[in-house]
Write a protein that binds this ligand. Structure first.
Ligand SMILES: [Zn+2]
Length: 269
């Protein structure tokens, strides 16, 4: 260490104090510069936001689904019809799955989130979306053995870098502790995009498109499965997946999605 220069102790103390002040100011400025360089942006409107996820304005525009809703399909009711009352849809065409739950209605902000996750590689959105799903699906997850994401066909997986349902399922696995079986369900033939198809066309488009691989059957047989997807529109895709899982002897299949179309006649995708 260098010897103390021959200057008065009080001057040296002053100098040291000033240096420390400078150092503190510098580190504060550097931290500030980093904050300015990497602001957190609202995932929906790209305005700077405190914390992660969406800004207060966009959060308020998301329609989180809360009771009362159909215990079978999770479709929100306008009025509470009393316990265990099913929706007309659930009575008219009961699905292969047991129950479905969604975090939000599929509207403008939800659509922005889903499209950014799906087509713009915004994997940073998955944690917030997955957490909202885990909360909406708590009842399903409490009694679940395994999570299965709706698979992409490999050709689409190739064009798109990853499976958005798989990304959401990984967050839900972390939140709930329910194990993920991402390879259990396979898409065995390519399907058309469901966009623009009528309800019967959607059903026939995905019929027989999914299968549990024989060497993965032990992951499914006797297990209570929660199937994970980003959006539920007509329910044709998750219904076809549920049938495949039930053929592989799943004890039950529930469905948990980020967003569901509540009125498919009025809300085209
Ligand atoms: Zn926003």
């Amino acid at each position: 260490m260098d010897a103390e220069p021959p200057i008065s102790r009080s001057f040296s103390t002053h100098l040291r104090g000033a240096l420390n002040t400078c150092r503190a100011a510098w580190s504060h400025a550097a931290k500030l510069a980093l904050d300015i360089a990497l602001p957190t942006l609202c995932v929906a409107c790209r305005e700077p936001v405190d914390g992660e996820g969406v800004c207060a304005e966009c959060w308020a525009r998301l329609s989180f689904i809360a009771p009362p809703f159909c215990p079978r399909l999770g479709i929100p009711f306008v009025y509470d019809p009393g316990p265990d009352m099913l929706s007309m849809e659930a009575i008219a065409s009961p699905p292969a799955y047991r129950r479905a739950r969604a975090a939000v209605r599929y509207d403008d902000v939800a659509r922005t989130l889903v499209h950014a996750l799906k087509y713009q590689d915004r994997t940073d959105l998955a944690p917030a979306m997955g957490r909202w799903m885990a909360r909406a699906g708590r009842e399903l997850l409490e009694s679940a053995d395994v999570l299965v994401p709706v698979p992409l066909h490999w050709r689409r997986g190739w064009g798109r870098r990853y499976n958005q349902s798989g990304a959401l399922a990984r967050i839900i696995e972390r939140q709930s502790g329910v194990k993920l079986a991402s390879e259990a369900l396979r898409r065995i033939r390519p399907t058309e995009q469901q966009i623009g198809l009528s309800r019967p066309q959607r059903a026939s488009n995905v019929q027989g498109a999914f299968k549990v691989a024989p060497n993965r059957q032990s992951m499914i047989a006797g297990r209570r499965v929660v199937l994970i997807d980003d959006v539920l529109t007509s329910g044709a895709t998750v219904d076809a997946c549920a049938r495949a899982l039930l053929r592989a002897k799943a004890a039950s299949v529930d469905v948990l999605v980020f967003a569901r179309v509540v009125d498919s006649h009025k809300t085209p995708i």
